[in-house]
Design a protein around this ligand. Structure first.
Ligand code: ADP
Length: 602
């Protein structure tokens, strides 16, 4: 049997059984009461008849009319269907309506006679050997004043009594059975009317959790069931609303965590990873399938991280820290960690939330900034020390020696110019950075031939001084997106370097070529070249392959850094191909500008 049937039928079956039992007890009581009432009514009837007959029989006895007594008994018996017996005080039967008194034995020992002789009326039920049937007897004394004349006994066969009792029992049992049938019908009806809506509700409640939006069934039935359905409906409405709120919040949180740059992971009290966002996996280089439920030490294999998590779990407060972890390529990366203990019930920690940000770039920039400040200080210190030294010498008396004074002043002038050049370059760099940040550099379609010619013109005096030939190669009409003054500055820096680091009477070629993908402007020299190990570093600020040589040539070590920045502003890149002793080619790669008519059409 299915559980819902047991549950649904059980109370009604119990009720039916209880009703049956109650009816059986009631019927039992009614039958016993009926039997008793019938018996006492019969006894009372016999007593009443005996009392009525008492007077006439006493009169006949007083007159010693024994034949009259016998007749009287026979008459009464004929009209009332009652056996009437008259017994003399000593027990001899004087008259009997149903038997010849002569053949009847002494009745002095019969219980009803004994009771009557003692002055009591006691109905007695016993077997009559005279009539060979069970009878109910009642006996009353017959007195003439104080003298006892005899006993008058009335009797009925119990068969009649029993048939009356049987009839009554049948009626009572029939009534009980009828009542039981009605109770069964009502119970079955109630059972059905309760069961059907309850089964519908049960089915509905079972599907409530997984169907959205839920559909309430039409419930009809007894008022409590309908009320229950309404309450359940209300509850289901609230539940659905709450579930949708929770899932919306969960979706929002998932979207939030999913879009975060910071890695987020949660661990339980045993430091096992419970949840994580994609950033955490990417930062730690973890495989999503092999993280959940693993201990952090097992998943990440880093003692520092594990120690930080343990400390967060035991500290009961937010913690911060920084660790270094190798990335999948083995490079060290710095992570800033923030650990928050998670609490669920009471104050007990159920785990911890770890947020991690990759601060590698920040740390690198800090190092770059520190190095830059140190470099600038160092670069400025040399000319300042030199100027201060010569001024002191002059003040100490050298000013009085015109020749020395002139030489010293020339040196001071040169160092001041150097200082000026450094400061100018630094300012140019910072301006470029600012413009880059604010995206203030305006680019226009500009013919490259013009820029090449202008830069060449600027560098011509220096080239002429070293007898260097400046050669320009640029197809007519080749153009690019440029900021002309900045681009010319970059070209001047490159040509200037080419001249500085080339032997006299050599050749510097400035060429521009264009394809559909890019425009390349190259400055090629036949100079000293740059060793491969220094090639990547020449674009760093203050980096010089040969410090002394650069300084004597008035170099600040910032020229190529400026070139790099200018090219970045143009959305391009710089490349270098160099062979020591043979020469170098610095190239600027830019986006090409579309032909003039296309641009106009656009
Ligand atoms: P500097 O003011 O010292 O020239 P740059 O930033 O312009 O500073 O150049 C950095 C260094 O790169 C130079 O000191 C020099 O050693 C090297 N370098 C630059 N251009 C050339 C070149 N055309 N040939 C050889 N070396 C060069």
């Amino acid at each position: 049997m299915r559980p819902q049937n047991t549950l649904a039928r059980h109370p009604f079956l119990s009720l039916l059984a209880f009703t049956g039992l109650a009816l059986a007890i009631l019927a039992g009581c009614a039958i016993s009461l009926g039997d008793h009432l019938t018996a006492s009514a019969a006894a009372e009837g016999l007593t009443a008849r005996a009392r009525i007959a008492q007077g006439p029989v006493t009169t006949l006895l007083k007159a010693e009319n024994h034949a009259g007594v016998q007749d009287f008994c026979a008459t009464v018996a004929a009209t009332t269907a009652t056996r009437v017996t008259v017994i003399l005080p000593r027990g001899a039967v004087l008259a009997d309506s149903h038997e010849d008194p002569a053949r009847m034995e002494n009745h002095g020992d019969r219980p009803e006679v004994v009771a009557a002789l003692a002055g009591r009326v006691e109905p007695t039920r016993r077997f009559s050997h005279t009539l060979d049937t069970e009878m109910l007897y009642v006996a009353v004394p017959l007195h003439d004043g104080e003298t006892l004349l005899g006993i008058l006994r009335t009797a009925l066969p119990t068969t009649e009594l029993e048939s009356r009792q049987a009839g009554m029992r049948r009626t009572i049992l029939l009534a009980a059975l009828l009542l039981f049938a009605v109770a069964g019908g009502v119970t079955a009806f109630l059972n059905r009317s309760m069961n059907q809506p309850l089964a519908a509700l049960r089915k509905w409640a079972a599907t409530l959790a997984d169907t959205a939006p839920y559909r309430r069934p039409a419930v009809t039935g007894p008022a409590p069931v309908v009320e229950l359905a309404a309450t359940l409906d209300q509850l289901a409405g609230q539940l659905t609303e709450r579930i949708s709120q929770i899932s919306q919040q969960r979706n929002e949180l998932e979207a939030l965590f999913g879009s975060m740059v910071e890695g987020v992971l949660t661990v339980d009290r045993e430091e096992r990873i419970q949840s994580f966002n994609p950033a955490a996996l990417a930062l730690l280089g973890l495989d999503p399938g092999r993280v959940k439920g693993k201990s952090t030490l097992e998943a990440v294999r880093n003692l520092e991280l594990q120690r930080f998590i343990s400390a967060t779990l035991s500290a009961h407060e937010t913690r911060e820290g920084e660790i270094v972890l190798p990335d999948p390529k083995g490079r060290d990366r710095s992570f800033y960690l923030r650990g928050v203990p998670l609490k669920t019930t009471g104050s007990a920690e159920s785990g911890a939330l770890i947020v991690m940000s990759d601060v590698t770039n920040l740390r690198r920039l800090e190092t770059v900034r520190r190095d830059f400040v140190a470099n600038v200080s160092h670069e400025l210190k040399t000319p300042i020390t030199s100027i201060a030294g010569f001024v002191e010498t002059l003040l100490d008396g050298a000013i009085e020696e015109p020749e020395n004074a002139r030489r010293f002043l020339a040196i001071i002038h040169q160092q001041a110019k150097r200082l000026h050049a450094i400061v100018e370059d630094l300012l140019a760099l910072s301006r470029l950075e600012q413009e880059m940040e604010r995206k203030e550099v305006a680019l226009v379609r500009h013919p490259l031939g013009e820029s090449l010619a202008a830069a060449g013109q600027t560098c011509l005096p220096a080239a002429t001084a070293k007898e260097i030939t400046l050669q320009q190669e640029c197809p007519a009409g080749l153009a690019a997106w440029l900021n002309p003054p900045l681009f010319e500055q970059a070209l001047v820096n490159l040509i200037d370097n080419a001249i500085k680091y080339s032997p006299a009477a050599s050749q510097v070629t400035i060429s521009a070529t264009g394809t559909a993908e890019e425009v390349v402007v190259a400055v090629r020299d036949q100079g000293v070249g740059i060793a491969p190990r220094d090639q990547a570093r020449v674009f760093e600020r203050f980096f010089r392959v040969d410090k002394a040589r650069s300084s004597t040539m008035g170099g600040t070590g910032l020229g190529l850094a400026i070139v790099k920045h200018i090219v970045q502003v143009h959305g391009g890149r710089v490349s270098l191909v160099s062979t020591p002793g043979k020469g170098s080619t610095f190239a600027i790669h830019l986006r090409p500008a579309p032909p003039q008519n296309e641009q106009t059409a656009a």
